[in-house]
Design a protein around this ligand. Structure first.
Ligand SMILES: Nc1ncnc2c1ncn2[C@@H]1O[C@H](COP(=O)(O)OP(=O)(O)O)[C@@H](O)[C@H]1O
Ligand SMILES: [Mg+2]
Length: 538
């Protein structure tokens, strides 16, 4: 290794309190000393050395400095006092070296820097590496080692330039692994939608770096549950979680048993509790708890859950002994939790907690360019299930893709619709060949299905105005009628406009009827007013 051009060479390193210390007698010249050895290298000319050492090693530092000057008279020796509180404490060593580095007047245009990493604890070694990698130090690492045959006390040296292409190869391996992470989350499906791809990239980073709760929202079938599982698997693959993936749909946690299902109960906590029970939070210890449809969780359970997240402890039903909670939470919902907060059915503080990382998965209709790659993925899955190849003929495929892109193809069930329709076509196909006739038939079926579900969706949902408990008190008959009435009220400018439309027949027969009054009475039966329907959020 030659000195580079006209630049001066500067070595920076820690004094080795063991290996650089070989006594004061002449015998010290019989052993390899890593720091002194650098200056005995014939092909490495060093203009200056900055030797970092502790107060207690002043004597040794002076002796080593003198020895350096005697073997390499042209080298200027600088001694620097630095104080490690604990040379094995990562944070302490890193910040001490960082302080030194930040105050050091580097002149990379005039000098090249070699950071000697062989002396000091391996904690120091790692810190040097990190500082170079992060470009706090504009230099290369210098590694020294004793001569194998122990013939020369100068030993060997090796310069590691982290900017060189071979280290680039290592960092591109890192990058590849990162890519594998996003690929993994996408099940290897080559999705084309920018927003979705960016979102997955960020989710990957968050999954790897954070333990904080994640909230996944989006329409049914958009892949919330699937993504939660994938996040767990990714973390598990990278050894970031040891425990299990525990998934529960909060809609199934109703009534008295909900608390105990989540948090467990002690023996004798209530009649029938003959033995203690561990809840789902405990089952998810060191793992990941997926609370699907978290909007369905009762307010008491929400309070307890918040406590478990914030205080890292919770109380099983009937127990005064706190249990330590140690799990990561992913919550899923297709509800508007903000609205639920306004309606008083979701705790604002819990939402604030789980909202730190929140991702809205788009429906398929909002990323139609991804339908085709997903179609191929579904076909592959079906092939594996059926054990034989399933494919479209060319015209059939084109016909299906065209249909899938039309704006009136709603894909309201998202992946569930795609999955179901591929399944149907594959099953009905002869010899795994999907032809145009099958596609036409399937498109008709989907269209009708979406029309029906769209009509239904077009009506306002009652949960804007009522709590789930209140809704269960209303007859289905009334629910259907009420939704229709609310829709008309919302479309009308005034109450009499709405009344005229709703009571159009009676109006023709008996001109004296007060439509507004009738409508007001109807609404008040459900505790509603026209004004509030116009501004459901107010
Ligand atoms: N990104 C995806 N790619 C392919 N299939 C998916 C993807 N996400 C979900 N699916 C499939 O679609 C179906 C619905 O997904 P799911 O996660 O249950 O939706 P959600 O929880 O949002 O209602 C499942 O069969 C799932 O395997
Ligand atoms: Mg789900």
């Amino acid at each position: 290794m030659k000195t580079s051009g006209t630049k001066k060479t500067v070595v920076i390193g820690l004094l080795g309190t063991v290996m650089d210390k070989r006594g004061k007698g002449v015998k010290r010249w019989n052993s390899w000393r890593p720091t002194v050895g650098i200056f005995m290298q014939e092909d490495l000319l060093v203009d200056r050395v900055e030797l970092l050492h502790d107060d207690r090693d002043n004597r040794l530092a002076n002796n080593v400095g003198a020895d350096i000057e005697s073997v390499s008279p042209s080298t200027e020796v600088g001694l620097h006092n630095i104080q490690f509180r604990d040379p094995w404490d990562f944070e302490n060593v890193y910040s001490t070296l960082l302080d030194f580095v930040e105050s050091y007047p580097f002149k990379p245009e005039e000098e090249r820097y070699l950071i000697h990493i062989t002396t000091g604890t391996h904690v120091a070694q790692i810190c040097w590496f990190l500082l170079c990698e992060a470009n706090y130090i504009p230099g290369s690492l210098l590694q020294t080692s004793p001569d194998r045959g122990d013939k020369s006390v100068a030993g060997n040296y090796h310069i590691i330039d982290l900017d060189l292409s071979k280290y680039d190869a290592i960092s591109s391996r890192f990058k590849r692994q990162q890519l594998e992470g996003t690929e993994f989350l996408k099940s290897g499906i080559a999705t084309r939608n920018h927003r979705f791809n960016n979102m997955i990239q960020q989710i990957e980073r968050v999954a790897i770096r954070s333990q904080a709760p994640i909230l996944i929202t989006g329409p049914t079938g958009a892949g919330k549950s699937h993504l939660a599982k994938k996040i767990y698997e990714l973390k598990h693959k990278r050894s970031l979680v040891q425990g299990e993936f525990v998934a529960v749909n909060c809609a199934t946690l109703r009534g008295d048993s909900a608390m105990s299902a989540l948090f467990g109960h002690s023996r004798g906590a209530f009649t029938g509790a003959q033995t203690a029970r561990k809840g789902l939070l405990t089952k998810a210890t060191e793992g990941l708890l997926f609370l699907d449809e978290i909007g369905e969780l009762g307010l008491d359970e929400q309070a307890m859950l918040l406590h478990a997240i914030e205080e890292k402890t919770f109380y099983p039903v009937g127990s005064d002994n706190p249990v330590i909670s140690d799990f990561q939470l992913i919550a899923g919902t297709n509800r508007d939790l903000q609205k639920q907060v306004q309606g008083g059915t979701f705790r604002e503080d819990l939402l604030a907690r789980i909202n730190l990382w929140s991702y809205q998965l788009p429906g398929l209709k909002d990323r139609r360019e991804d339908i085709e790659p997903n179609l191929d993925f579904e076909l592959l899955k079906i092939e594996q299930q059926m054990g034989h190849k399933v494919s479209f003929n060319k015209a059939a495929r084109q016909r299906f893709i065209e249909f899938s892109q039309q704006t009136d193809s709603l894909w309201s069930g998202n992946f569930r619709d795609l999955n179901a329709c591929v399944q149907r076509m594959a099953t009905l196909s002869d010899g795994g060949r999907i032809n145009e006739a099958l596609v036409t038939e399937e498109c008709e079926r989907l269209k009708q299905y979406w029309q029906k579900s769209h009509q239904d969706d077009a009506l306002p949902a009652l949960d804007e105005f009522f709590t789930p408990e209140q809704i269960t008190e209303i007859d289905l008959f009334d629910q259907l009628q009420l939704r229709q009435v609310i829709a008309i009220c919302q479309e009308s400018r005034t109450m009499s406009d709405a009344g005229r439309q709703l009571f159009n027949r009676s109006r023709l027969k008996k001109s004296s009827t007060n439509d507004s009054h009738r409508l007001r009475q109807y609404l008040s039966k459900f505790g509603l007013s026209f004004e509030e329907l116009q501004n459901p959020r107010a």
